[in-house]
Design a protein around this ligand. Structure first.
Ligand code: SF4
Length: 443
């Protein structure tokens, strides 16, 4: 049996793609290994969202090139968004790479690796972005209670800073039957929680030959016995409508958790980003969520240093954090990406200014997050117990419905169960609590 070592950069969708490739490789006799030195196949799943991720990729490939000198039979494969974007350029920069495979044909990887082993010739195989991604691929997950399930690939929004539509193609929903089959299989294996993935997950199903919606999919999944929790991400503010929010309110297995990036707190910047909404419209959407699901957790993404962003524009982003009670925000400094209109602009913001703004934003985001966790002290939260914490076997860890990590003392008999925990302490991003025994049945 061959051994494959996988390194995945970037988003949850990449983790999910990697699980599928490892599943496929399993059919070709490859088992995963956490040890690079043991591997016969080194696979990196790449992320192109920021320049820094690309730099990390080439530094990793440099290390792998050294390893290959000692073990020449080792095959090095690159998949994901950078593979799709840079194609042959990857091998020009690092000739030790044997296989480069794009985002729409990663299912061909086992065949390509076998061919390289036979011919000793490198291969670059990049499919067309409009090609359909095959469904029902075998998937090798880490095991546990939680699984990522992609429901929509690609994106058609073309925000002016984002490379995703150029590397993952137009959006493409999976057939609902295939998703339901996959989740039923997961539940049979012991999984209890799924997160449905898509760059614009709330747009799910609209382009299918028989159009459907995320609400309809949630209803079908909700009916699966043994499935306890469902989440979905990432939502786009233009697609998150009342019907979907009402479905979340109505279905108890669907978590009251909305990840809806706004990206900036200034209308001119939002328009230049081509996001399609204003700050006021975003605030209306937040008000709609709070009206229908009063205890909803709302998280987002924010970018600082978009070309032409002034100090005043940035102050608008900071001010937004006072208007929306975000639970958390992922933050990033703008990074120019190939093909995108924003990268061609001449009014790029200096790196030092971006770094300073990012630091101020992060401080404010952390402050908001801590304010939120503090508010939960004294409350009772439902937690799905994942296992002992990595530092102390007598402390259990799990996530609340709002996706906060929570730690509390307890024994192994609680692992894999839904429990109630009284929150006693709040850190910036995590909660501490005590198990309420006996816990009312929640599943
Ligand atoms: S919605 Fe915009 S930011 Fe999100 S993936 Fe699509 S193009 Fe990129």
């Amino acid at each position: 049996m061959g051994k494959v070592f996988v390194k995945s950069f970037g988003c949850q969708m990449n983790l999910s793609d990697a699980e599928r490739v490892v599943g496929l490789l399993g059919e070709d006799g490859y088992g995963p290994t956490p040890e690079v030195a043991e591997a016969d196949l080194l696979l990196v799943n790449t992320c192109a969202i920021r320049e820094r991720s690309e730099d990390k990729l080439f530094s990793l490939l440099g290390e792998w090139r050294q390893l290959k000198r000692e073990k020449p039979d080792m095959v090095i494969a690159v998949m994901g968004c950078v593979a799709q974007a840079m194609k042959d350029e990857i091998r020009r920069r690092n000739p030790a790479v044997d296989v480069v495979v794009g985002t729409h044909n990663f299912h061909e990887l086992p065949e390509l690796v076998a061919e390289v082993r036979r011919t000793r010739q490198p291969i670059t195989r990049i499919g067309r972005l409009r090609d359909a991604i095959p469904d029902d691929m075998p998937t090798r997950r880490e095991g546990g209670l939680h699984a990522w399930v992609p429901v929509i690939y690609g994106c058609s929004y073309f925000c002016t800073y984002c490379i995703v539509p150029y590397t993952r193609g137009p959006y493409q929903s999976r057939e609902p039957d295939a998703i339901v089959r996959e989740v039923e299989g997961l539940v049979a294996e012991g999984y209890r929680e799924v997160t449905l993935l898509g760059q614009t997950v709330d747009r799910y199903g609209r382009e299918l030959p028989e159009p459907t919606s995320l609400s309809a999919l949630l209803r079908r999944l909700h009916a699966i016995e043994g499935l306890w929790r469902i989440r979905f991400l990432t939502s786009h503010p233009l697609d998150l409508d009342e019907d979907l929010v009402s479905t979340v309110a109505e279905l108890p297995k669907v978590m009251e958790y909305f990840h809806v990036p706004i990206q900036a707190g200034c209308d001119r910047v939002l328009a230049e980003m081509k996001r399609g909404y204003t700050v006021a419209q975003y605030l209306e959407m937040v008000a709609m969520i709070r009206r229908i699901v009063p205890d909803a957790t709302i998280t987002g993404d924010l970018i600082v240093g978009f070309p032409g962003e002034t100090d005043e524009d940035f102050e608008g982003t900071l001010a937004l954090l006072d208007k929306v009670d975000f639970d958390l925000n992922n933050t990033a400094a703008y990074s120019p990406r190939p093909w995108t209109p924003a990268a061609k602009r001449e009014d790029q913001v200096e790196d030092v200014i971006k770094a300073e703004r990012l630091q101020r934003l992060n401080e404010k985001v952390t402050e908001g997050s801590h304010r939120n966790t503090r508010r939960q002290v004294g409350s009772v939260q439902e937690v799905l117990v994942e296992g002992p914490s990595s530092r102390n076997a007598a402390i259990l860890t799990g996530r609340t419905r709002g996706n906060r990590v929570c730690y509390f003392p307890g024994g192994p008999e609680w692992v894999g169960r839904l429990v109630q925990v009284r929150i006693t302490e709040a850190r910036s991003f995590t909660l501490r609590g005590e198990l309420l025994v006996p816990a009312p049945s929640l599943a």
